[in-house]
Design a protein around this ligand. Structure first.
Ligand SMILES: Nc1ncnc2c1ncn2[C@@H]1O[C@H](COP(=O)(O)OP(=O)(O)OP(=O)(O)O)[C@@H](O)[C@H]1O
Ligand SMILES: [Mg+2]
Length: 289
């Protein structure tokens, strides 16, 4: 691919086998990088407005020009109409509420300079798809953001309920907002489950569907499942890896353990080592013949 990129870092539209979507990793300039460099009047006005916006100040979220340019680009492309307040400040990302053309959206902004990249590397190193990326922080975060969008799409196609993936630009991901009137829906760990058996069955099924689609969440727990409209949504798929990853089995075992432990604390009589769950998830698909 030449330096004149069309703004897309990874071309995942035409792939169908798990993992294919990363083959086009390109760390060339994104549209947002070009916008940030050109600094045209409209962008500068946008930048000043955002910098003054209370919610960004309160969060201490100091975003660099290229990140603001990514937000600007998402506005230009019609994915974001107006910014709302902060939803969450995590280790590597801030999540904000925003208005989109079809309702509220969640905007997840990865901070390129967040100090702890060990976590990200663990999921990227040894993965042949990312061998060209090196350790450049920007390249890693940009690939990560595209990966989260692609993982959301793959999970959705596999029949797992996830927030509707909308767009990714540079280090910013836009998806449907789960919540009501600007108030985020609660995580599984924050609600009192009336029927933990049913919830466990659903999560079991989600994990199996992900696995059959070649994906392992990698951080599946009560923190990354959200209860919205009486349905369970799986979120935070940035670190999800395909079954090709050299550590995918470890990640899967850990996911199963975390889920089993949580549901055991909810009173279910299940094996807390997660082995039953693991067996369920990896059980071969019945032969249709
Ligand atoms: N689409 C969404 N709708 C509503 N709330 C969301 C959405 N996505 C994320 N959130 C909220 O923001 C929190 C953080 O999001 P997420 O889990 O994706 O990132 P994170 O855990 O901060 O990631 P990191 O590991 O980078 O710190 C979630 O626990 C959830 O409460
Ligand atoms: Mg999370």
């Amino acid at each position: 691919m030449s330096g004149e990129s069309d703004g897309s870092l990874l071309d995942f539209e035409e792939s169908d086998a798990p993992g294919d979507e990363w083959e086009e990793v390109d760390v060339a300039e994104t549209e947002a990088d070009r916008v940030a460099k050109q600094r045209d009047r409209e962008f500068l006005t946008f930048r000043e407005r955002i910098k003054d916006a209370d919610q960004f100040k309160v969060e201490g979220a100091v975003f660099d020009d290229a990140t603001l340019a990514a937000l600007y680009t998402l506005v230009q492309h019609g994915h974001i109409d107006a910014f709302g307040g902060p939803i969450s400040t995590g280790k590597e990302a801030n999540v904000f509420l925003a208005d989109g053309p079809d309702g509220e959206v969640a905007v997840k902004i990865y901070r390129i300079n967040a100090s702890d990249f060990k976590h990200m590397r663990e999921y990227l190193e040894g993965d042949p798809r990312f061998s060209g990326l090196g350790s450049d922080k920007k390249a890693v975060v940009l690939a990560w953001t595209r990966k989260e969008l692609a993982n959301l799409r793959r999970a959705k196609a596999a029949g797992v309920t996830v927030p509707e993936p909308i767009a990714a630009e540079r280090n910013v991901l836009v998806m449907n907002f789960l919540g009501t009137d600007g108030k985020r829906a609660k995580r599984l760990g924050e609600v009192r489950l009336e029927n933990p058996e049913t919830a466990y069955e659903v999560i079991q099924e989600y994990a199996r569907r992900l696995y059959r689609a070649g994906l392992i969440h990698g951080d599946l727990s009560e923190y990354n499942v959200v209860v919205h409209d009486s349905e369970l949504y799986v979120i935070d798929l940035g670190q999800a890896v395909t079954v090709h990853h050299p550590n995918s089995r470890d990640f899967l075992e850990r996911d199963c353990r975390n889920v089993a432990k949580f549901f055991s604390r909810q009173g279910l009589d299940i094996d807390t080592a997660g082995e039953e769950l693991l067996a369920y998830v990896t059980e071969p698909e019945p032969d249709p013949s």
